[in-house]
Design a protein. Structure first.
Length: 343
């Protein structure tokens, strides 16, 4: 998802008064559309915005390596949130946009945030030819070959992406259930990007290569009112298999955990609530779990996931933790971890 996403973004201006994490569990979806089983996706149309849904995001993370083998992480995210179903133009549009960009090194974490109103050209997404932007940040191309840029006070990057596999659909053919009560989203990914480019950091430019994972998700009420946050994993193993999995934490101490196992050719197995077990093993100074044990018996998976940099807190409008991780145990690899709902 990216529950990665599910993100918080949602009704960020109203998060303090809303239900569930960042308003994503608001009970009434008002007149917005709701996801339904048996979706039929149409591309390139569905790469673009769905303004009849309340919330939506385009969410990319990447594991990178420099010439000397130093690991880096990269994030590029654009969120759309509608505050009303009515149409508008210019400054009267109900569409709000938020962008997050970050670069992580073993010793530093650089973050930037952009906010925009739709309808004035400052931010938006066009399905074909695909172009997503907020100010001068862009993610554009045909979902096979893409270019991505972003910048902050202390960093910038300019990347090219080339897909080496197909799109992947989570849940039941892209209909992703998020709670026992039936909240859901539409959710698909492109987890097979190869990525290359340049990071511009305070210490100088760094040429990097690696792998990237792009998530697409939209809904109007993706969480239940008692779901307080999530722990989301996107892992790429050395043997070519991949795993997307997350636990949605509940106020009663229970959780809702699902997973997608992705073969090297893009074939998937969707696992329902309870198949994936995620157990925190170690915490950083903010009391955020930065080391985890993940167990998925059906795939003989038993691994330890650990942050490359424990201090990758995103001090954004809605704060969260996001950063690259290593994987050791029954499977070795790298990936990304996102955790929301922590103080």
């Amino acid at each position: 998802m990216n529950v990665k996403a599910l993100i918080f973004l949602c009704l960020w201006p109203f998060a303090a008064a809303a239900q569930g994490f960042a308003g994503l569990g608001t009970q009434a979806a008002d007149a917005f559309s709701l996801p339904a089983p048996d979706p039929e996706f149409t591309f390139p149309r569905d790469h673009g915005p769905h303004e009849d849904y309340r919330i939506e995001w385009w969410y990319l993370t990447a594991n990178l390596s420099g010439p000397d083998g130093t690991p880096y992480g990269l994030q590029w995210t654009l969120f759309r949130s509608a505050v009303a179903v009515e149409e508008g133009s210019g400054w009267t549009t109900p569409q709000l946009w938020m962008g997050h960009a970050a670069v992580t090194t073993p010793d530093a974490h650089y973050v930037s945030e952009r906010l925009a109103r739709g309808g004035i050209g400052q931010a938006g997404v066009v399905a074909a030819p695909f172009n997503a932007w907020i100010d001068d940040w862009i993610l554009a191309g045909d979902w096979t070959d893409m270019r991505m840029t972003a910048s902050g006070v202390e960093f910038s990057y300019d990347m090219t992406l080339t897909a080496q596999g197909p799109l992947v659909f989570h849940g039941d053919d892209g209909y992703s259930v998020k709670s026992a009560q039936g909240q859901a989203s539409y959710y698909y990914s492109q987890p097979f990007f190869e990525i290359a480019g340049t990071l511009r950091l305070p210490g100088g430019d760094v040429a990097v290569t690696g792998n990237a994972w792009l998530d697409r998700e939209w809904s109007s009420q993706p969480l239940a009112a008692n779901q307080t946050g999530w722990d989301w994993f996107s892992l790429s193993f050395d043997d070519g298999d991949k795993l997307m999995g997350y636990t949605l934490r509940q106020s009663d101490g229970n959780g809702f955990a699902v997973a997608t196992w992705i073969a090297p050719d893009g074939a998937t197995i969707s696992y329902p609530d309870g198949a994936l077990v995620a157990t925190p093993l170690g915490y950083n100074d903010r009391d955020v779990p930065v080391q985890w044990r993940l167990v998925l018996p059906e795939q003989d998976l038993d691994v330890t996931v650990a942050a490359i940099n424990e201090n990758t807190w995103m001090p954004t409008t809605v704060p969260y933790w996001e950063g690259p991780v290593t994987v050791e145990g029954s499977h070795a690899g790298i990936g990304y971890l996102e955790m929301t709902g922590y103080d």
